[in-house]
Design a protein around this ligand. Structure first.
Ligand code: ZN
Length: 48
């Protein structure tokens, strides 16, 4: 069973696996930890 998931930045279109080192993390007190795009710094990301 193989699961193929990609995490994509909705702002600039950067894509990488969710567990890739490329992604950053930022603490967002009300929401917890968010994934941050290394290209544009946006936290508006989605798993496709
Ligand atoms: Zn981006």
């Amino acid at each position: 069973m193989s699961v193929s998931t990609t995490h994509r930045c909705r702002s600039c279109g950067f894509e990488a696996p969710p567990d890739a080192d490329a992604w950053g993390n930022v603490q967002h007190p009300p929401l917890g930890e968010l994934t941050q795009c290394p290209e544009c710094g946006s936290t508006d990301t989605t798993t496709i």
